[in-house]
Design a protein around this ligand. Structure first.
Ligand code: DX5
Ligand code: ZN
Length: 215
């Protein structure tokens, strides 16, 4: 079970200090937005490269961008531990996942709340992680959507049936009051932005989420 704080909720001008506050996390979740795939803009490869050099924990890059087939491999080449692109945006998700793995990154695919997971079931083993968005991507601080949980159950059942090692990730509205239902539905990797960086003590928030998810 993994807790990945999202630096979308961090102070961007003090990124080095913010990263130091989450040294007990498993990964740092890095949200890249291009103002096309989602109506918000964050940062690109230059900033992610500096985060890679500075972070005490490995990077879990979440690309909310158009044309990931073109851009995602560059993030793997920067040294990110995992690179997740959106199923809705990719021309050839399996080919892209294979390229990411060949570079040495974990390959992830994400689905928005309205996107089904059926087409992923047959190709589950092509991915190291699947991200079920639990809010509409684009902004932190939104409310968890419990109606996305059946997709997690479907993925978890198929992963079990295949004996697959794929990680099932949730992102959006994850807090002490929602993490247990995501864990119960089969998630094993939890992204949390405001619940970690909005807390007075991020390390304590990470520990609290870990404990609640494990119950
Ligand atoms: C939303 C991002 C999330 C965001 C989550 O589009 O992908 O990673 O940071 O923020 P919270 O945990 O505040 O919902
Ligand atoms: Zn994210």
């Amino acid at each position: 079970m993994r807790i990945n704080p999202s630096i979308l909720a961090a102070d961007f001008v003090n990124m080095q200090a913010e990263l130091a506050r989450i040294a007990s996390a498993d990964f740092v979740h890095v949200d890249v937005m291009d103002n096309h795939f989602v109506p918000n803009l964050t940062f690109g490869p230059q900033m992610v490269g500096r985060i890679q050099e500075t972070s005490p924990v490995p990077l879990d890059v979440h690309l909310m961008i158009d044309a990931p087939d073109r851009w995602a491999p560059g993030y793997a080449e920067l040294g990110a531990a995992s690179v997740t692109f959106h199923l809705e945006a990719a021309d050839d998700p399996v080919a892209l996942a294979r390229r990411l793995r060949a570079i040495g990154a974990r390959a992830g695919v994400a689905v928005k709340p309205g996107t089904g997971v059926e087409r992923l079931l047959d190709v589950l083993d092509e991915f190291d992680q699947i991200l079920v968005m639990t809010v509409e991507p684009g902004f932190g601080g939104q409310s968890f959507m419990p109606e996305t949980m059946p997709k997690l159950r479907t993925l978890a059942a198929e992963a079990r049936r295949r004996g697959s090692a794929v990680w099932l990730q949730v992102d959006g509205g994850i807090s002490e009051s929602t993490i247990a239902q995501a864990a119960e539905a089969g998630a094993d990797t939890f992204v949390a932005g405001s619940a970690v960086f909005g807390a007075g003590d991020p390390e304590q928030a990470i520990a609290g989420l870990r404990a609640t998810a494990a119950h």
